[in-house]
Design a protein around this ligand. Sequence first.
Ligand code: SF4
Length: 364
Amino acid sequence: MLFVDEFRNPELIQRAVDEIHALADPKREYRVMEVCGGHTHAIFRFGLKGLLPPNVELIHGPGCPVCVLPMGRIDDGLELAGDPNVIFTAFGDMMRVPGSKGSPLESKARGADVRIVYSPLDALKIAQQNPDRQVVFFAIGFETTAPSTALTLLRARGLSVKNFAVFSNHVTIIPAIRAILESPDMRLDAFIGPGHVSTVIGCRPYEFIVRNYRCPIAVSGFEPLDILQSLVMVLRQLRDGVAKVENQYNRVVPWEGNLAALRAMAEVFEVRPYFEWRGLGFITQSALRIREAFAPWDAEQTMSVPGICVTDPKAAQCGEVLKGVLKPHECKLFGKECTPEHPIGALMVSSEGACAAHFKYAVT
Ligand code: SF4
């Protein structure tokens, strides 16, 4: 299959592994963060960790939007879902994510009208089919999914659909990376940059990482060879004592990003002054809210969103895992109280969650 087979070619993979071993200086340690949860899953799925020298450590980053959402925002969404006139819609990977009083799926079991959608346009269609009900779309994701929410809001306005609203939980990746770089308990040598987000934002926004922190970064695809080539790129930079942004995923990621998507986002969203991230706390200018011009379709401006604040269960160490300070299996609850069947944190549920990856592929 084009763009799959060649990126899983055993000979090319062996060549990249050999180069990584040749580049890694045995006298030093390398800590490389893969920002994106999709990379975390690919690393475990393809057993890449076992191919690396022991002194090249991969650290899981905060690039799983479901995982970084604080419980209070899920509770807020479920308060909206509790209104009998509301049809609450969300992506499938939100359904089992626990808030403090249960997940959307459990709300559905208690009688709320909760429906899985594959795109925000599906939610808009449900609104058109149910003019007597209020349809809420629980919008989540980085810049990867924000454009589709923006385009749906533009369409809702264009069609004058009155019974549709978005509860925006979109976040942006750059402030999270900056927060990690500023974190005193974190030492990183390089980044494997997120592939999906970069299809929208491009590579330029990462330039501050090399300029201000002298930290190499390679934006990467998701096949095994992509990730290994990205490691080769950052290890070469470290060997040569340089720091630059490289685009390994240039078959998909344009350097300048997707200008049409960025325009749609800019028309519909503005940056919130601050937003709470699970594990990272409040980060300034790190999330998107809906502009005043789209207020009739903004659940936060037209519906009663309580603004619930909830602290994580005491023993849960989701925050440390999200910051890369702990490995998932080092959390006290991993595989005991917290499993995919009975998740305590979103990291154990989401298809991009580090704990789910560790559990599924039995890596300890
Ligand atoms: S094992 Fe569960 S509680 Fe611990 S960090 Fe992972 S998701 Fe959070």
